[in-house]
Ligand binder design. Structure first.
Ligand code: NOJ
Length: 513
């Protein structure tokens, strides 16, 4: 893991809806630049910006038409370079989003690849030998191009899979991972990474990082080998560049592929899901942080602890408040519940990520789909800055907005949250400040669980600090011998310590040192 990540706190920006500087109803790079001081003041020192490249936007920009060109609706390449520079002046790093597994069907590589005559790009995507030969077990498309073949998809219909080869090719059209065509795909991705790093970007969040090699084995050994090559190459010239994988597998992403960070993603029923979003059964929300039904940390720890052991010394398992694919945590958690949740997420090991607007408790809105968002759309609404026109996001006419703002009477805003000392914004800010000043909360500082049982406070150490969490509606008392000589340095709710006795009021959190 590169060194600067130890103290990094990431803020994810969905560029469409963060800040609109030219009042056309959609966010832009200039808008992001204008809010860097806000982000710095909150205490985040790194950004992850969702794809901002030229695209037909059938999947919100994850369908890239030109990797080296900023989408005109966001500005120009020069604007993005100015964002890097201005952010750096303020001590903020910037990660872009790399989409290596597929392009848009409108990318010039694909347009060339779909032509009947052989050309440089014929092998850039995965094509069968004939219009009537399908691809078993994988989504594919036929009948759309003059080329006699069908092609594999990586996600939506608009996203043909780039060709990194098959671990064990079985058909004549399946290439091995070291086939010249597959090596050229790799070279093309290295070139894109280096292009943006040379302009001042600090690294990438990597979309579907585990998806490159097809028919890979259970360990994803083919995909890991490709990443070792790509990252090894890039790091020779850019040793400080940081890479976070959308992978959700510590062994594969951090140990074998060589990423600096891997997300613990929200997959139904998994350990991370059990913390904030365990509401698959309607009316029965058993999320750990839900005050009336929560309190079982074992579902999280059973998965997290083995991962943490493997990640030690290798990189970060990054915990997120949310992302652009996930319902905002405010969907089911109240503000007091969220405070305890954030305090826990942001004091556990690893490099944390907060999604824009989560710091003020923005809601998940029930909205029709936009740019391939479907149920994700409700987490992508405009940032709520103040009580002005369109909540300070844009001065465009309401019907021009990319998505509507939250029109609830009590919709949170940055302005109101900053003015209210008791707001969730101040909890986030205090926690980020603690991470800045106390080495205990560096991404790689020691971590051990003192109490990790159902219906008891969750108590853990970070280096010399002890954290204690009680998310439920009732008071909990425990004896913790490690508390001797420690004092409370941060508290949410009511917590009292007497020698080795710890009394945690309902919905409380404490740090002792
Ligand atoms: C994961 C991204 O986070 C998501 O938004 C996108 O739709 C898919 N990958 C496809 O690129």
């Amino acid at each position: 893991m590169v060194d600067w990540l130890k103290k990094a706190v990431f803020y994810e920006i969905y560029p469409q809806t963060f800040c609109d500087s030219n009042d056309d109803g959609i966010g832009d790079i200039e808008g992001i630049i204008s809010k860097l001081d806000y982000i710095k003041d909150l205490g985040a020192n790194a950004l992850w910006i969702n794809p901002c490249y030229d695209s037909p936007f059938k999947d919100a920009g994850y369908d890239v038409r030109d990797y080296k060109k900023v989408a005109s609706r966001y500005g120009t390449n020069e604007d993005l370079e100015r964002l890097f520079e201005t952010a750096h002046e303020k001590g903020i790093k910037v990660l872009l989003d790399l989409v290596p597994g597929h392009t848009s069907e409108e990318h010039s590589w694909f347009v060339q690849s779909s032509k009947a005559e052989q050309n440089e790009y014929s092998g850039r995507y995965i094509w069968t030998n004939s219009w009537y030969e399908g691809i078993e077990g994988r989504p594919y498309i036929g009948g759309e191009c003059e080329r006699d073949g069908t092609y594999m998809l990586n996600f939506f219909k608009c996203q043909p899979a780039l060709n990194y080869g098959f671990l064990k090719p079985e058909k004549t059209w399946q290439k091995g991972i070291d086939d010249p065509d597959c090596l050229k795909t790799r070279e093309a991705i290295k070139d894109i990474i280096c292009f943006w790093l040379s302009k001042g970007c600090d690294g990438f969040r990597v979309d579907m990082a585990d998806s490159l090699v097809k028919n890979d084995d259970d360990n994803k050994s083919g995909t890991c080998a490709v990443w070792r090559d790509i990252l090894g190459y890039v790091r020779t010239d850019y040793p400080e560049a940081a890479f976070v994988a959308e992978w959700n597998n510590t062994d594969q992403a951090l140990v074998n592929a060589g990423f600096d960070m891997d997300f613990f993603l929200n997959w139904t029923g998994n350990g991370y899901n059990s913390l904030l979003r365990d509401y698959e059964t309607p009316g029965d929300d058993c999320s750990y942080f839900k005050a009336d039904k929560g309190g079982d940390i074992t579902r999280f720890l059973d998965e997290y602890l083995p991962r943490w052991e493997k990640a030690k010394g290798k990189g970060s398992i990054s915990l997120l408040s949310c992302n652009h694919d996930t319902p905002r945590p405010r969907k089911n958690l109240t503000i007091p519940e969220l405070k305890v949740a954030y305090a826990t997420l942001f004091t556990l090991p690893g490099v944390p990520f907060i999604y824009y607007g989560d710091e003020i408790g923005m809601r998940y809105l029930d909205l029709p789909t936009k740019e391939g968002g479907y149920t994700r759309t409700g987490s992508r609404t405009p940032m709520q800055w103040d009580s002005g026109i369109n909540m300070g996001f844009s001065k465009a006419a309401k019907e021009m907005l990319y998505l509507p703002t939250d029109d609830a009477e009590d919709a949170p805003t940055v302005e109101a949250a900053m003015a209210d000392e008791d707001s969730i914004y101040h909890v986030v800010k205090d926690l980020f400040a603690l991470r800045k000043t106390q080495e205990d909360f560096d991404a790689d500082s020691d971590f051990s669980v003192i109490i990790g049982e159902k219906d008891k406070p969750f108590v853990y150490t970070r280096k010399d600090a002890i954290c204690a969490v009680n998310p439920v509606n009732s008071e909990k008392s425990v004896k913790v011998k490690e508390l001797a000589g420690k004092n409370l340095i941060y508290v949410i709710g009511s917590v009292t310590v007497d020698g080795d006795s710890l009394k945690m009021g309902k919905g409380s959190f404490a740090i002792l040192k």
